[in-house]
Design a protein around this ligand. Structure first.
Ligand SMILES: C[S@@+](CC[C@H](N)C(=O)[O-])C[C@H]1O[C@@H](n2cnc3c(N)ncnc32)[C@H](O)[C@@H]1O
Length: 274
């Protein structure tokens, strides 16, 4: 387990992922009924952008660093408001902190992290947060143990570091399990786009499942098949909530322009059933 998110915190992929995360939570909060979020690969929760590691790659400068004042787009501004107090201190919040800040008294978060030291740091960064349980399990075990949640509604965030060569095969197997156990859950899966990775195959696998409303969005910084580079990042959203694809699509031109992305393709993997 060599991956450390501090080298990547606040980069263009985090901006896309956390924007989608904030909008989905915003959607879930439109109903009074409680929801449960499982953040299966939590990381440490809070990143110091001035640290030696973050300064070494400076990835955040080409991501969140490209935005200053609040944008005119309301949905992007919602995301900006959720990170502002941290950015003002030279920090960037990770997914579990963003989620815990958006919970209502009736909602809960299971924040899971396998790396032992990172799990301890995560606990300390989430100390005092209400309705949050930190677990130290393999991500897929954590999901299996907790779905369906008793609330029967919620979001599962799957954000692996892709250090394992067979991560896409594992994902394909797991997606089938999720559908059997929690067919109405919202699942958001992040993936990298590199020339050698089987991105189209995982989309076909996603299409073969009977989750309705599966939507995909990608942010590309290089041509898809360029060798040896991190070309882009994608999100697969199962049970994509009503209006979320439209709201995200409306923000993409802003991301493309500010970050200088090559393209930001979106597609329905499984379209809405009549
Ligand atoms: C991309 S980072 C997570 C970033 C975080 N979701 C965010 O958006 O702020 C991936 C994390 O998964 C952890 N990890 C790696 N393998 C894991 C596994 N099998 N189960 C759970 N966590 C794992 C890594 O230690 C790392 O902290």
């Amino acid at each position: 387990m060599n991956y450390r998110h501090i080298y990547h915190a606040g980069n263009f992929a985090d901006v896309m992922k956390h924007l989608a995360l904030v909008l989905i939570l915003d959607h879930l909060k439109k109903k009074e009924a409680p929801f449960c979020v499982i953040d299966a690969h939590s990381g440490i929760g809070l990143y110091d952008l001035q640290s030696e590691a973050a300064q070494k790659t400076k990835e955040w400068e080409h991501g969140i660093g490209r935005f200053s004042g609040f944008e005119d787009n309301d949905d992007f501004a919602l995301y900006q408001r959720s990170i502002k107090s941290y950015l003002d201190k030279g920090q960037y919040p990770g997914s579990p902190l963003l989620i815990s800040n958006m919970l209502r008294p009736q909602d809960r978060l299971i924040a899971n992290e396998l790396h032992p030291d990172d799990c301890e740091t995560l606990k300390s960064n989430l100390r005092g947060k209400q309705n949050v349980r930190v677990t130290h399990l393999d991500a897929y075990e954590c999901i299996r143990a907790n779905i369906p949640p008793k609330e029967k509604r919620g979001l599962i965030l799957v954000d692996p570091p892709f250090e394992e060569r067979d991560e896409f095969e594992t994902l394909a197997r797991q997606m089938g399990e999720w559908q059997k156990r929690f067919a109405t859950g919202i699942f958001m899966v992040w993936y990298p786009i590199k020339a050698h990775l089987a991105v189209e195959k995982i989309k076909r696998e996603a299409q073969s499942l009977s989750f309705p409303r599966t939507w995909c969005m990608e942010t590309m910084q290089h041509p898809r098949k360029q060798e040896g580079t991190f070309n882009g990042s994608g999100l697969l959203i199962f049970n994509a909530p009503f209006q979320i694809p439209e709201r995200l699509t409306a923000v993409l031109p802003l991301l493309q322009e500010r970050i200088g992305l090559l393209e930001t393709p979106t597609s329905w993997i499984v379209e809405d059933r009549p």
